[in-house]
Design a protein around this ligand. Structure first.
Ligand code: NDP
Length: 305
């Protein structure tokens, strides 16, 4: 057996278990919350605004509320009709901005077409913006200042650290340039910092020769929203593959219910990787932990005293 095959054989491929890391983090956070409660007489409080009936959004918010219960946070869920006006939504945001009992809150995306998402993001008090989407937090992140990191990129950096995956000097190829995943993770990993110092290529739908660029990647971060987009022949032997995508697809046999898959063709790509995140159970649970950590930082006034 050649050295390469021995080193990166399927047997040595490691699955990055985001679910297990998240559970571990919840257990230790639970203790910290108890101590916080003992010393302050209050518990951290996360609120979420959910507009409409999008099943995926409902499921994501449900996970966040469940995680609050598990770590001992108080949570408030505000459900608004799909037809809510921009003005009425802004009023709810202002109420949460002003409520001294709320440490942080999120407005679950996507929002209905008639709502201006940018206005919503800007209306959230940056000191309570635990999703890390407000330009104040985004700008501070880019400059390496204390801030709420966007939840998904935050979760990804925790996973890389937990699995001792070196980023310094590595070539990271990020596919997708959204404001919530692709762009911020490319900034974080290229910063001069722990879990940074990588050479990052940020790619998107207009990128030429994506196939060739991916083949040069030591670490691939896929955040595209196309099921199974990253194929086996696009991945270098031994690469680390982080799959952010969450796509609901029909079961091929058309017999079972639909299922969740990532942006990576997991079954074929996994044999080439040194590490890979599964979907579900990889990045998803860590996004929730990023949110929990930001909320706790808001309660303890670690970022904005
Ligand atoms: P967006 O839809 O906002 O952005 C998709 C990006 O992919 C865009 O930058 C787009 O390029 C790029 N893209 C589309 N087609 C191609 C292509 N053929 N080649 C290269 N790039 C392409 O995505 P999000 O970042 O919001 O989400 C991405 C995925 O991650 C989704 O499946 C989403 O559900 C999931 N997600 C998962 C989370 C988690 O916790 N695990 C959290 C957030 C999202 P362009 O800019 O040129 O249009």
């Amino acid at each position: 057996m050649s050295y390469l095959v021995a080193k990166y054989s399927p047997r040595s491929m490691k699955i990055i278990d985001g679910k297990a890391v998240a559970e571990e983090m919840k257990n230790s956070m639970k203790q910290e919350v108890l101590e916080y409660q003992k010393s302050t007489g209050r518990v951290p409080h996360l609120a979420a605004i959910l507009v409409g009936n999008n099943p995926a959004s409902k499921a994501y918010v449900g996970n966040k509320v469940r995680s609050c219960n598990q770590v001992g946070f108080k949570s408030t869920l505000i459900k608004l009709e799909e037809t809510v006006s921009q003005d009425d939504l802004m009023k709810e945001i202002e109420k949460l901005n002003q409520d001294p009992d709320v440490d942080g809150f999120i407005v679950q995306l996507p929002l209905p077409k008639h709502i201006d998402e940018v206005k919503v993001t800007l209306a959230i008090d940056y000191r309570k913006d635990v999703d890390g989407f407000h330009p104040v937090n985004f700008g501070r992140m880019a400059q390496g200042l204390p801030c709420y990191l966007p939840a998904t990129p935050y979760g990804i950096t925790i996973l890389l650290e937990r699995y001792n995956i070196e980023t310094a000097g590595k070539h990271v190829v990020v596919v997708g340039r959204s404001n919530i995943v692709g762009t911020p993770i490319s900034i974080l990993l290229s910063r001069k910092s722990k879990m940074g110092d990588a050479t990052v290529t940020l790619t998107h739908s207009k990128t030429k020769n994506l196939h060739r660029i991916l083949l040069d990647a030591d670490i691939i971060i896929a955040a595209i929203g196309i099921p199974g987009f990253v194929k086996e022949d696009m991945v270098k032997q031994g690469a680390v593959v982080i799959d952010v995508g969450i796509n609901r697809v029909e079961d091929e046999s058309h017999q079972g219910p639909s299922k969740l898959v990532g942006d990576v063709d997991y079954e074929h790509v996994k044999n080439k990787c040194s590490f890979i995140t599964p979907v579900p159970g990889g990045v998803g649970p860590m996004t929730v932990m990023g949110l929990m950590k930001n909320t706790f930082k808001s309660a303890t006034k670690e970022i904005y005293p």
